[in-house]
Design a protein. Sequence first.
Length: 397
Amino acid sequence: MLRTINNARVVTPEGVREGASVVLEDGKVAGISARAENGGGEVLDAAGRYVLPGIVDLHSDAIEKQLTPRPGVEFSPELAFLEMDRYFMTSGVTTGFHALSFMEGNGRTLDRGRELCELVERLRNEGLARHEVHVRCELPDKGSSDAVEEVLRSSRVGIVSVMDHTPGQGQFRDLEWFRRYWMQDRGAGESQVAAAIEEARANGYSLHLDRVERIAGAAADRGTLFASHDDDTPERVELLAEKGVSISEFPVNARSASRARELGLSVCMGAPNAVRGVSSGGNLCATEAVELGLVDALCSDYHPPSLLQAVFELARKRAVPLPAAVALVTSGPARAAGLPDRGEVREGAKADLIVVGESLGLPTVTHTVVSGEVASARGGAPAHRALVDERDGRARR
């Protein structure tokens, strides 16, 4: 078992400790030393690289792409899990919540949602990372709410989120964006798009509060965290908060995010949004939301490598200092998920850590440590001060 990580730039909530050592014991952080330590056991020389807490990802639906990388092509669920486990490791994710869709359409089915939920539950201890379940309920679909309620009452689920992807509200308030998304991502024709828009208009827009209350009750009974998705008005945030929601995922505008923060909800935005500097759907820019102090956590959404990239990109742009950027993918999501034992490099915390170097000018995970064991390692040049200077947040090259 790993005993010490020496010669590191250790990122703590207070700042970056240069040339420090992280001492590990019994799968936990025993302390941070200003000098090199060698108290027996395996020693890892960080060679001037950064040492960060392991990333906690509240929402990753990437396993769906591992299972079905293109329409009509499907691989075994076990292979999808193994590939996703390694994907987490190379991305620096030590605790990952698989966001599993319970809906019909776009290659997704209720049966596949159940299958993936059972898969993660069965294999959660077989991987290198810590695997958790996040189930997604599509409120307009009664079959979805029935299936999610059943899963909540029979399985170990960490987070349940409720959402509505009908056009004209939420993520798809912009109908032109809805049209492009359906035609490009789903391969829908113009007639299908027009029919979906007309159906949404005919049915009106309802939060389906009876279904929300059923999901909320099942979540409360099992101690499952309750999240909302694509909140588009402060009023919607308030209503869902009254029903027990504690996490607001991907609020589509600053007003909704601000109201969520005022009510004590954790606000989670997408790391790909922060890396690209723009929402793919024309909604709230994650970087702007971070600068406004409206974000508690970033999640991978559909692209786990974006998590680490977002940290250094936000620091480079001086949106926030480096330790605060790190917190958005570590301690912030850990607090939102009710996991106080991880997310910081501090005495007594789980020894879930990542060593970050540099490759092709980008931050790269060279070692991933889970419970004090090196779970994954790869090459990479030392970071030194090339990526970012945490004192002023600017890139040095």
